[in-house]
Write a protein that binds this ligand. Structure first.
Ligand code: C2E
Ligand code: MG
Ligand code: MG
Length: 461
């Protein structure tokens, strides 16, 4: 073999080894099916009205199928054109009519039992650009050429797979290295509070809403406020939500408490708008918990509140976590869709802490993704947490959602988030949660712009 050729082979081998190592690092091979990936193949099947969609990753000998739509296929030979062609092209392969392709000349492409007449496949790449796998869409009949939008959609879906893989890889490593955060001090054995205490607190109007500004990072302009409940106990002082919300959820008291919170927030929005009509552009977000979704009347209730206080649906946002959606997936989807039709914003809270985030983002109509503060808090610690946040931001971009970073405490975190393309943020660096009157002051004081150098001084948490 001439030396030049030998060298080329060596380079190929090295490249292939690096590709296999990158695939290995994701730990994806031979894992059971996961809703996140199935959501992507389902989305592809629906969008392209495809008969079969395959998401496969190729090791030395095979294309292992992580997720399929239509024909159940688990594995294909590595030489299978759906992968081999993508690798050879180093990009998408779009063949609307396979029978016209010289490689198949008048035949359909046989993939196991499947006779395909059209193929569209795009590579799934590692962050360094190595091709790890393929997302392939197969049709039983020839189809028309793919429009630019369709190709973009296909590539976005492959990017989502890549983001999901990356998030999965980083989170695994991150979980392994991260110091274990302390478990909540309170546990079920605490004698206080009990359900009647919550009932009494509600009757005696001991709950209050604090508000924490959400800012546009580039301008430090306040774009919204998150309503956060506190219990002003006459003897015990100000009690944070984590000390009573779990009991409220367990005991069902969250329903009347939640109703109170929603009404109170709407009332406050109305007051701020009276104070200054420019405040109409602010979005006030209220946290909702699982039980509140189990009730189908939620959207009607919200609509009635908006009407009663004369506020626009754009002025209200509802935050929920993934775990609050899981107990009633079906009802939750209906409720969320009705809320979305109303025009209120839907925010996915604490993003990244759940384990099948992507599938929920796909299935539910969220507008905003809030990056959990555990990631933001470690973003300056090293490459890994930084990568997680980068990936989440990328994921949101692909899905057309906006991003709010929670828990920004330092200038360094602030600057880094901006550099990563995160548009909005919230955290002690800008302002702590504060009572309504202090919030009114803050809005008045700086015309909605937070001062640059120091954290806002009006704090009362
Ligand atoms: P969340 O919705 O993720 O709210 C953000 C939490 O992060 C708030 O805690 C806020 O005070 C805190 N935070 C904001 N910026 C920073 C920061 O820079 N550093 C740190 N260390 N923390 C920051 P809070 O008010 O204690 O609320 C905790 C959780 O309680 C909320 O998390 C939310 O899940 C729940 N919650 C609050 N209000 C309500 C409510 O009205 N209804 C329901 N169902 N849940 C509520
Ligand atoms: Mg929240
Ligand atoms: Mg949160």
């Amino acid at each position: 073999m001439p030396p030049a050729e030998l060298k080329a082979n060596e380079v190929d081998r090295q490249e292939e080894d690096a590709r296999l190592a990158a695939l290995e690092a994701t730990g994806i091979l031979d894992t059971p099916s996961e809703p996140s990936f199935d959501a992507i193949t389902r989305l592809a099947a629906e969008y392209f009205r495809a008969d079969t969609v395959l998401l496969g990753f190729a090791d030395e000998s095979r294309v292992w199928i992580k997720s399929y739509w239509g024909e159940p296929i688990r594995e294909l030979p590595r030489s299978e054109p759906i992968f081999a062609m993508v690798l050879a092209e180093d990009g998408p392969v779009i063949l609307p009519d396979l029978t016209k392709h010289p490689r198949f000349t008048g035949r359909r492409m046989m993939i196991r039992r499947l006779a395909a007449a059209s193929l569209a496949s795009v590579p799934v790449r590692s962050p360094e650009g190595r091709i790890l796998g393929v997302l392939a869409i197969l049709g039983g009949q020839p189809r028309r050429a793919m429009a630019v939008d369709e190709l973009r959609m296909l590539e976005s879906l492959a990017e989502m797979v890549a983001s999901q893989l990356e998030l999965r890889r980083l989170r695994k490593a991150f979980d392994k290295n991260a110091p274990r955060s302390a478990l909540p001090v309170k546990n079920g054995k605490e004698a206080w509070p009990r359900k009647p205490d919550l009932r009494r607190a509600l009757d005696q109007r001991q709950f209050v809403l604090y508000y924490q500004p959400e800012v546009e990072l580039s301008t430090r302009r306040i774009v919204g406020l998150e309503a956060l409940i506190r219990w002003k106990h006459p003897e015990r002082g100000l009690i944070p939500p984590m000390d009573f919300i779990p009991l409220a959820e367990e005991s069902g008291m969250i329903l009347p408490i939640g109703d109170w919170g929603l009404t109170e927030a709407c009332n406050q929005i109305q007051e701020w708008c009276h104070e200054d009509p420019r405040h109409r552009s602010l979005r006030v977000c209220v946290n909702l918990s699982a039980r509140q979704f189990a009730r189908e009347g939620l959207a009607d209730h919200v609509e009635a509140l908006l009407r009663r206080f004369g506020i626009s649906s754009r002025q209200l946002g509802l935050e929920m976590t993934e775990s609050s959606l899981i107990p009633n997936m079906h009802t939750a989807l209906q409720v969320l869709s009705s809320l979305r039709r109303l025009g209120v914003s839907l925010l996915m809270d604490d993003f990244g802490t759940g384990y099948s985030s992507l599938s929920h983002l796909h299935s539910y109509p969220f507008d905003v993704l809030k990056i959990d503060r555990s990631f933001v808090g470690r973003i300056t610690d090293g490459e890994q947490p930084l990568q997680i946040v980068r990936t989440i931001i990328e994921l949101a971009r692909v899905l057309g959602m906006s991003v709010v970073a929670e828990g920004i405490e330092t200038h360094e975190q602030y600057k880094l988030l901006q550099r990563l393309g995160c548009r909005f943020g919230q955290g002690f660096l800008f302002a702590r949660p504060m009572p309504a009157e202090a919030t009114t002051q803050l809005l008045r004081l700086h015309g909605g712009l937070l001062p640059d150098s120091k954290p806002a001084t009006v704090t009362a948490d």
